[in-house]
Design a protein around this ligand. Structure first.
Ligand SMILES: [Zn+2]
Ligand SMILES: [Zn+2]
Length: 351
């Protein structure tokens, strides 16, 4: 074991602060990574505050990790010291079930091992995430990051990026399709960029007039204010696909009605309470309502390579480690364009 400094919540009502944490020494299949940047996902806040009632304290959040390989185990051939790499929401899975065998580790039948607040399969205890100077991860869950991309702006691709890329790919969004993205936050802004890069006609739906110009800048062809009943009515029955990235409770039927016959709405934002779905809206036009969770390791690598080819990264605001509580407060007000990323060089050297 070796120890390094991380930033942890020690209780649901405690402010995050530095702690000394133990990492396992790299085994034959492990990659030890010096973390450069870590994105701040809304899940980090939910978990730090125990809002999902399953947090194991101390909790070190962070699952949008970019860093450089420090050293590798004896069996590791794909990675070398100095390589720029990423780690997303998963650090292991059973690797034997049908989902794992097909590269859909996020749907592992026994459950994947989350990057933090999970149980290590190596028997080493609870996983600690990317708010930390270093992490040790099995090579099967380490991703290659294109060197040409700015590494800080790559970090959010590991959760927000793949969460939007995967459903757009699975439902084959492309040229000739009219595609809606609902909500312009961490997820939504990546959804707009990807849908545009895939050649679709992209319409952003937002509640706030202040985001119209940004939506267009990020790649939307049109922006519709969802509070404008007249504008919404004009869009009825016009969409092939809608990606809904809103995590707050909202009227899902207003968006289902915008789909054409056989159109699909995929929910990636996760409201805490069930959404009432109008079955009539579904059956009158054979519409589909689905959900999607991050993406598997092969697809996450495909996404990073695609981003390298098309020069796509997240729009970020860099923060110091000690600004995390302020960042959480701003995130709750949707006051971020469009993802906070922690500069890990600002992590204290010692506790
Ligand atoms: Zn996340
Ligand atoms: Zn599995």
């Amino acid at each position: 074991m070796f120890s390094c400094v991380g930033y942890a919540a020690t209780a649901a009502d405690a402010r995050l602060g530095p702690i000394k944490l133990d990492r396992r020494d790299p085994g034959p299949d492990d990659v030890q990574i010096d973390i450069l940047y870590c994105g701040v996902c809304h899940s980090d806040l939910h978990q730090a505050r125990n809002e999902w009632q399953n947090t194991i304290f101390p909790c070190v959040p962070g699952h949008e990790i970019v860093g450089r390989v420090a050293k590798v185990g004896a069996s590791v051939t794909r990675f070398h010291a100095g390589d720029l790499v990423g780690v997303g929401c998963m650090v292991d899975s059973c690797r034997e079930c049908p989902s794992c065998r097909e590269g859909f580790e996020q749907y592992c039948e026994v459950g994947f091992v989350p990057t933090y607040n999970g149980e290590e399969r190596q028997g080493g205890g609870i996983t600690f995430g990317g708010y930390s100077r270093a992490v040790v991860v099995d090579q099967a869950f380490v991703l290659k990051v294109p060197e040409k991309l700015g590494p800080a702006a790559v970090a959010p691709l590991l959760c927000a990026g793949i969460t939007t890329y995967s459903p757009l790919r699975h439902w084959k969004v492309g040229p000739g399709q009219r595609v809606g993205i609902v909500g312009l936050g961490g997820l939504g802004h990546m959804g707009v960029k990807f849908a545009r890069a895939f050649g679709a006609e992209v319409v952003l739906f937002t509640t706030s007039a202040s985001k119209v110009a940004d939506g267009l800048r990020l790649g939307a062809h049109e922006v519709v204010l969802s509070k404008d009943a007249g504008a919404m009515a004009k869009e009825r029955g016009r969409f092939d696909f809608i990606l809904d990235a809103v995590a707050a409770n909202h009227d899902i039927n207003a968006y289902l009605d915008l789909l054409k016959r056989d159109g699909t709405l995929v929910q990636v934002g996760a409201p805490e309470t069930p959404l009432p779905v109008s079955v009539f809206s579904l059956l009158m036009k054979r519409r589909n309502f689905s959900g999607s969770l991050i993406g598997g390791i092969p697809e996450t690598q495909e996404m990073l390579d695609f981003c390298g080819e098309h020069d796509i990264t997240a729009d970020i605001e860099m923060i110091r480690m000690d600004q995390i509580e302020d960042a959480y407060a701003r995130m709750l007000r949707s006051d971020v364009k469009y993802r906070f990323v922690i500069d890990m060089a600002t992590m204290p050297e010692s506790v």
